[in-house]
Design a protein around this ligand. Structure first.
Ligand SMILES: [Zn+2]
Length: 161
């Protein structure tokens, strides 16, 4: 058996500051899977942040620690639920709410561009800044609200899960 040199530790922090550890994993992929599954429950809890920290095994002190990602929980600009996870360093965000899943990501093709989308209507758009991307999603949210959209009663073109 090969020895583990690094471990991936996902955790979330509640609004009152309590940290909830989700386990210690040998791969980044598993840590993400576990964290994403937990984030889907964010509307049921009062969460503030989620993060994945990498620890080098047998290293003393903070040098053995690298913060891979930190995401902040916000109200979703589209569905208004507290299910929107924003990573300010990587300019990415995603809503974990059912029937929403609004997302923002740095473009992989054009540098300095930000892509955003809303899967239920295959809405896609590109902006130059994260602020503009968030604004676009807010506009989409108010347009949807004007049509009577609520995430609990999805528009009929959405395939049921
Ligand atoms: Zn949403």
């Amino acid at each position: 058996m090969t020895s583990i040199e690094r471990v991936f530790v996902p955790s979330v922090k509640e609004a009152d500051g309590t940290a909830i550890g989700l386990g210690v994993f040998s791969t980044e992929e598993t840590a993400w899977t576990v964290l994403r599954a937990f984030m889907r429950k964010s509307h049921l809890m009062s969460l503030r942040t989620a993060s994945i920290v990498v620890w080098d095994v047998d290293m003393v002190g903070e040098e053995g620690m690298t913060i891979l990602t930190t995401m902040h929980c916000r109200d979703c600009p589209v569905c208004k639920r507290r299910t929107f996870w924003l990573d300010l360093e990587q300019f990415s965000a995603m809503c974990t709410g059912v029937n929403c899943e609004a997302w923002i990501e740095e473009s992989t093709i054009e540098t300095d561009k930000i892509d955003l989308g809303w899967p239920p209507t295959r809405f896609l758009k590109q902006t130059s800044t994260l602020e503009e991307a968030l604004k676009e999603l807010r506009v989409l949210g108010s347009e949807l609200a004007a049509t009577g959209y609520t995430p609990q009663a999805p528009i009929t073109s959405i395939r049921e899960e």
